[in-house]
Design a protein around this ligand. Structure first.
Ligand code: SRS
Ligand code: CA
Ligand code: ZN
Ligand code: ZN
Length: 169
């Protein structure tokens, strides 16, 4: 695993998130469900709580956008970069954006597996960089085969616990 320089991390016990924009590829309830599931995978391993808020500014703002969308990292059309997320910090820090020009799927049809991508992006939002382990969720490239019912690899778990410690309960 790898961390970002200076090991940025969330220092509050509760980290808030808010889904700002949705995709036309999936129903809203499905996006909500898969985001919730991705948070749960990470929070199972660390003493951090995630709280969804419906209005105002959350630590982790989540949304879909295409091309240039105001953060200096424009998306690039179908394929190539699928999404990006910022390491823990105020304002843009922690935010996760998904390229609307991709075809997002919940695994029942062809396209990019949204649950896998969210889990990867939230790894960045929590402070993880990329891993050289091809079995890790934090591996830099997306492979379809990895996205079918995956789970956090030992490397992912070691990395997030290096930053936040083990969940004790
Ligand atoms: C792990 C993801 C969920 C998130 C990461 C982006 S990030 C910032 N969050 N680390 C991602 O999108 N990686 C690219 C990396 C990549 C692979 N190629 C590329 C060709 C051009 C540009 C990028 C790529 C080769 C062709 C395949 C392109 C489709 C798949 N794209 C990727 O795997
Ligand atoms: Ca793209
Ligand atoms: Zn962005
Ligand atoms: Zn990445």
């Amino acid at each position: 695993y790898s961390l970002f320089p200076n090991r940025p991390k969330w220092t509050s016990k509760v980290v808030t998130y808010r889904i700002i924009t949705y995709t036309r590829d999936l129903p809203r309830f499905k996006v909500n469900q898969l985001v919730e599931k991705a948070f749960a995978m990470w929070s199972k391993e660390i003493p951090l709580q995630f709280k969804k808020i419906k209005t105002g500014i959350a630590d982790i703002m989540i949304g879909f956008a295409r091309g240039a969308h105001g953060d200096g990292s424009p998306f690039d059309g179908p394929g190539n970069i699928l999404a990006h997320a910022f390491s823990p910090a105020p304002r843009l820090g922690g935010d996760a954006h998904f390229d609307e020009d991709e075809r997002w799927t919940d695994g029942t049809s062809i396209g990019i597996n949204f649950l896998f991508a969210v889990t990867h992006e939230l790894g960045h939002s929590l402070g993880l960089g990329h891993s050289p382990d091809p079995k890790a969720v934090m591996y830099p490239t997306y492979e379809d085969r990895d996205a079918k019912d995956f789970k956090l690899s030992q490397d992912d778990i070691e990395g997030i616990q290096d930053l936040y410690g083990k969940r004790r309960d």
